[in-house]
Every structure is written in structure tokens, then in C-alpha cells.
Design a protein around this ligand. Structure first.
Ligand code: NAP
Length: 291
């Protein structure tokens, strides 16, 4: 089994982006700048935002974190987003999910200017993705496609099963895997919680992408020999063996590695690729290559 090493590809992409920043500076252009909105004090959200800010610093991007209280009203949050939309300094805006339940997630996502929507969640970007038009691809699916491309995984005519149909991962990756493009052209099945006979579908699949949020859900007996397995899930499980007190595990059981030809690790697979995509989208926004 070969590891689809997201950490390594992320490091390569950061080196490329660093060069892009120095070229911009040579031409007296400003560095790309990412704004991250963090609401409340969810430790996982804080970790994700810190990782994104750290990556920005490493490659010379500017970054701004707007930390807001858990009780912020939707009106006040939308005002913050409007300010970021109007700021000439800011190229990319993300609102770290999940957001508090008294705020409507869609209203917030739709308020971010699609021209600064570097997470690729806005309906204009998703719609343009479906139509094959230039857009900010959603960060996690973009990261998965990049990983597949970097490892030259054969996709043409392959049977791909996507498990999970969220707007941010499952649904968009199912579209990207089926489009008529290099590293697409799969015959895709999109499974969800109402799917019957999931095991027979997964046993028949060449590529399996799991994004359901259920620890170690996909097991060895559900996978055929030489399948490519991509694990999007990420869970913090208490662990006495780790100094931090927890370990990170995915939606795929580690025993799948006995059969898979390629597999993403957790951590170090899809997670870093999501950040890599976010940075790439922020650069595209600063260079105005899409809008
Ligand atoms: P989500 O919004 O929580 O949706 C889960 C999806 O999985 C739903 O479509 C649900 O079906 C389906 N599902 C749940 N249980 C199932 C089952 N037993 N069999 C088949 N389908 C099932 O998902 P998400 O936001 O995409 O997140 C999924 C996981 O990926 C989470 O662990 C999340 O933390 C992780 N994640 C990681 C990254 C990264 O960068 N590594 C990025 C995003 C998300 P229904 O639609 O029928 O309810």
C-alpha cells in the first residue's frame, strides 16, 4: 500500500506559493491576504484556524483573524463580513465552521463575496463548478483532486464511490470525479445514510472517498483488493498514549491498508490538502485569475 501523503504535497505546494509571493513582491504587488472569522471557543475550530494562519505566515501571505463571541448576533456577524468584503486588503474570507446554531449557516456563507469565497462554498462558485466554469473550487474536494493528480491515480472509467453528500465535501467531490477532465471521468455513485447495500457498492468500487463523520466506519471487509481509499473524516479520540490526551482518527479503519493500493493517512492526508487549496484559492483571488 502506498500512502497518499498530503503533508508532503502540502509542503511542495507551500514552496511553490512562496515563490509566487516573491514574484508578486518583485513586481511591487501586495501579498495575498486571508481573513478567517472564528466564532466562539471551539478547540477544534481554533486549531484549524491556527493551522491556516501558520501556513499563511510560512509562505508570506498576510492573515487576519477576527475572533467573535459565541453569542454574536447574525446581524453583527453579517456586518463583519461586509467589512471584509469591502476591504481592499483582504483577498480571501473564510468563516470557520461550525457556527453557533442561532445563526443561519447559509445566510452567512451567501453573504461572503463570491469573489473572496476561497473556501468555495458560495452558490455562485458551486454552480460554476458544476458547469465547468472558472471558480474557486471547494477547498477539500480541490485538495482531494490535487492529491489524485499528484500521485497520477488512474481515474478514467473507474468506479468511484463517494460516501457522504455534504455540500462542502461529498456532493462537490462526486461532481469533480465524474466531470469530463483529466483525473475525472469516473462512474460515480454517491451514497448517504439512506443508501441500501452499501457494502456491496463499496466492494465493487475502484476508488472510495469517505466523508461521513463516523470514526473507523469503512472497514477491511467493505473494500476490494487494490482499491484507492481517501479518508476525509477527522475525529479527536481521547488517548492516554498521546501527550496531548487525544489522537486523530478518520472515517476509515486502519485495517483497510492491508487491501488498498493507495490510501490517505489521518492525520496527514486530506487535512493538509484542504489548507493547500485554501492558499491556492487566496492566491488566485489576489492575482484575479478567476474573477
Ligand atoms: P456532514 O455534513 O456531517 O454529512 C455527513 C454525510 O454522511 C451526510 O450526507 C450523511 O447522510 C452521510 N452519512 C452519515 N452516516 C452515514 C452512514 N452510516 N452511511 C452512509 N452515509 C452516512 O459531513 P462533512 O461536513 O462532509 O464531514 C464529514 C467528515 O469529514 C467529518 O468527520 C468532518 O470533520 C470531516 N471533514 C474533514 C475535512 C478535512 O479537511 N480533512 C474537511 C471537511 C470535513 P445524510 O445526508 O443522509 O444525512
Amino acid at each position: 500500500m502506498k500512502i497518499l501523503d498530503g503533508k508532503k504535497i502540502f509542503s511542495d505546494i507551500k514552496s511553490e506559493l512562496k515563490k509566487e509571493v516573491s514574484n508578486l513582491k518583485k513586481n511591487n504587488l501586495k501579498s495575498p491576504h486571508l481573513a478567517a472569522v472564528l466564532i466562539g471557543n471551539n478547540p477544534a475550530s481554533l486549531t484549524y484556524v491556527n493551522a491556516k494562519v501558520r501556513a499563511c505566515k510560512e509562505i508570506g501571505f498576510g492573515s487576519t483573524v477576527i475572533t467573535l463571541p459565541q453569542e454574536i448576533s447574525q446581524t453583527d456577524l453579517l456586518k463583519e463580513i461586509d467589512e471584509l468584503n469591502n476591504s481592499k486588503k483582504i483577498d480571501g474570507i473564510i468563516v470557520q465552521l461550525p457556527i453557533p446554531s442561532h445563526i443561519d449557516e447559509n445566510t452567512v456563507i451567501h453573504r461572503i463575496s463570491y469573489k473572496k469565497d476561497v473556501d468555495g462554498f458560495h452558490p455562485i462558485n458551486l454552480g460554476r463548478m458544476v458547469l465547468g466554469l472558472p471558480c474557486f473550487l471547494p477547498a477539500t474536494p480541490f485538495g482531494i483532486i490535487t492529491l489524485i493528480e499528484k500521485y497520477n491515480i488512474q481515474t478514467l472509467g473507474q468506479k468511484c464511490l463517494v460516501i457522504g453528500r455534504s455540500n462542502i465535501v461529498g456532493t462537490p467531490i462526486s461532481i469533480l470525479m465524474s466531470r469530463n477532465k483529466n483525473f475525472g471521468n469516473c462512474t460515480v455513485t454517491l451514497a448517504h445514510s439512506k443508501t441500501k447495500n452499501l457494502k456491496s457498492l463499496s466492494l465493487d468500487s475502484d476508488i472510495i472517498i469517505v466523508a461521513i463523520g463516523s470514526p473507523h466506519f469503512l472497514k477491511k471487509e467493505m473494500v476490494k483488493k487494490s482499491a484507492v481509499v481517501i479518508d476525509v473524516g477527522i475525529h479527536r479520540i481521547p488517548s492516554e498514549l498521546k501527550r496531548s490526551g487525544f489522537e486523530l482518527i478518520g472515517d476509515v479503519h486502519t485495517d483497510v491498508s492491508d487491501l488498498a493500493s493507495y490510501m490517505t493517512p489521518v492525520p496527514g492526508g486530506v487535512g493538509p490538502m484542504t489548507i493547500a487549496s485554501l492558499l491556492k484559492n487566496t492566491l488566485y483571488s489576489a492575482k484575479k485569475v478567476i474573477y
